[in-house]
Design a protein around this ligand. Structure first.
Ligand code: AMP
Length: 513
């Protein structure tokens, strides 16, 4: 069944309610959004696009994003979301690899887009949603929603590429249905009082989850800036109430530490849904202290969008639980409909407490990687998705992530999980951000090195960092070197790029006497 009908349900139930706001301004009711989406779908078909064709969307957050997504699904087209901040070489690769026949963008991005394209991507038609051509696409009579097969690709998500070249995870209509229903089941009540703020990129989790909100009659609010800025968000939260937003852990930290946070009417904030990268306990505790238990964590990946495990609001609130801190350091329990295991190299389940690869099975798991049978065979085994993440389960079935398997450090035959060392270093009051990587060592194979960003006003403090490690973790795990930097390299979703750090380390190594 076409995923469009997930939204279509709400159109019948709440036609006259506002579905989308641009800042404080209503943009479209559910009925108007449905009409616009099906008109635009007809306009795209008139351009020669046919069911199954891929259509890239490359723009920052804006209301048009949602109508374009809905239009693509209505016309049976497959969306290829592209982060607007990608390098021209990167988006040219995604357009070429996916064979996208059209790309919807904005006039400010169109030039670099056109310059970047080469090879078969040159035939991709560029359409700017802020130019008159776009408005003309709505002249067509609205079309009926195409009855796509539930196994058809609806969302071709290129992995954010913290390692190697991005691969397209083929996400079907069925995957998106189950992702949305699972979100509604697990994330706490969503209703017509809920307002979802689009402050993280719509090309990622925030954009996908938006449909789950609309399904329950909730509205989405796209800030005028299209981005994450507490100065803009706080008045919107205070105005709308019932506010939720998806944020990467670094954004949650920025939000809580922002000078404007005192102006937030805390009860008007419903929930911050965070995930996509590790959140350190010190930051979670600070957020809970400032906001109360308004946090909900998800662990997912592009290959099973937004859906592997979760740490509920209740678990964030249960500070009297004997394992409260361990729970906060975990990514919680398996999501509704997801089977989850921790296994060894032969895919055999490991006992409680033992670290292995996390594998998952469920209706949200991708069909495979786009035109990449080899990578698909590596990732999908007997119906299980190999996540490439390492972790362990506890007696309650709570999952704690260690690291991506590629980030694990093996020093003198012992495993060192960078996350554990980072967690300890993060507890030092002077540390703003930290990342630990393994660098080659002639005797030990690898040794841990920490890249540290200090808070303004704090001097680099290798000695006291060493002391914190000695007090909290085994000696062999402590970094053998500290490199103090102004910033850590991050990708466009705010994830720290350890591959980049390894390149830095190799260069430093070359420079060393
Ligand atoms: P992406 O496919 O770009 O969304 O990246 C997915 C990866 O981000 C996962 O495989 C994890 O390594 C990491 N990740 C996602 N959610 C979390 C979380 N809640 N805590 C820690 N890491 C996470």
């Amino acid at each position: 069944m076409n995923f469009y009908h997930c939204f279509g349900h709400a159109v019948g139930a709440w036609p006259q309610r506002t579905a989308l706001y641009a800042g404080h301004r209503p943009y479209a009711t559910f009925a108007a959004l449905d009409l616009r989406a099906r008109q635009l779908a007809a306009g795209l078909v008139r351009l020669g696009l046919a069911p199954g064709d891929r259509v890239a969307i490359m723009m920052g957050n804006r209301c048009e994003y949602t109508e374009i997504m809905l239009a693509c699904w209505a016309a049976g087209l497959c969306i290829v979301p592209i982060n607007a901040k990608l390098h021209p070489r990167e988006f040219a690769y995604v357009i070429g690899n996916s064979g996208a026949r059209a790309c919807l963008t904005t006039s400010s991005l169109a030039e670099s887009l056109t310059e970047g394209l080469c090879g078969n991507a040159l035939s991709c038609r560029i359409l700017c949603c802020d130019l008159p051509d776009y408005a003309r696409l709505f002249a067509a009579e609205p079309m009926a929603v195409v009855e796509s097969d539930s196994a058809d690709c609806a969302w071709l998500f290129y992995t954010s590429g913290t390692t190697g070249r991005p691969k397209g995870a083929t996400i079907t209509h069925r995957n998106l249905w189950f992702m949305s229903l699972g979100y509604i089941a697990d994330s706490g009540p969503i209703d017509t009082r809920t307002h979802a703020l689009m402050v993280a990129p719509q090309s990622h989790a925030a954009g996908l989850l938006l449909v789950a909100y609309l399904t329950r009659g909730a509205a989405a609010v796209v800030p005028e800036s299209g981005g994450f800025d507490p100065v803009e968000m706080i008045p919107l939260i205070n105005h709308f109430g019932g506010a939720r937003f998806f944020a990467a852990p670094t954004m949650v930290k920025r939000f809580v530490e922002s000078p404007e946070i005192g102006a937030l009417e805390v009860p008007r904030l419903d929930t911050i849904v965070y995930g996509g990268g590790p959140m350190y306990i010190a930051d979670t505790l600070r957020a809970l202290d400032t906001l109360g238990p308004r946090l909900w964590q998800i662990y997912g990946q592009g290959e099973t969008p937004c859906t592997i495990s979760y740490l509920s609001r209740e678990m964030h609130a249960a500070s009297d639980h004997p394992r409260f801190l361990e729970r906060l350091a975990s990514v919680g329990m398996a999501r509704t409909g997801i089977s989850l295991r921790v296994v060894d190299e032969d895919m055999k389940p490991l006992p409680v407490g033992e670290v292995g690869e996390i594998i998952v099975r469920g209706e949200t798991v991708m069909r495979g990687y786009w035109e990449n049978a080899q990578a698909s065979a590596g990732a999908l085994r007997d119906g299980w998705l190999r996540t490439g993440d390492l972790g362990f389960l506890d007696v309650e079935g709570m999952l704690t992530l260690r690291d991506r398997s590629k980030d694990l450090i093996i020093s003198g035959g012992s495993n060192i999980y960078p996350r554990e060392v980072e967690e300890v270093l993060q507890s030092h009051p002077g540390v703003r951000e930290v990342a630990v990587i393994g660098v080659p060592h002639p005797e030990w194979g690898e040794e841990p090195v920490a890249y540290v960003v200090m808070h303004a006003g704090h001097e680099p403090a290798a000695d006291s960092l060493e002391q914190v490690c000695l007090e909290n973790i085994a000696r062999f795990k402590r970094p053998k070197r500290y490199v103090f930097v102004a910033e850590l390299p991050k990708n466009n979703y705010g994830k720290i790029l350890k591959t980049e750090l390894r390149t830095w380390a190799a260069q430093e190594g070359d420079d060393r006497p």
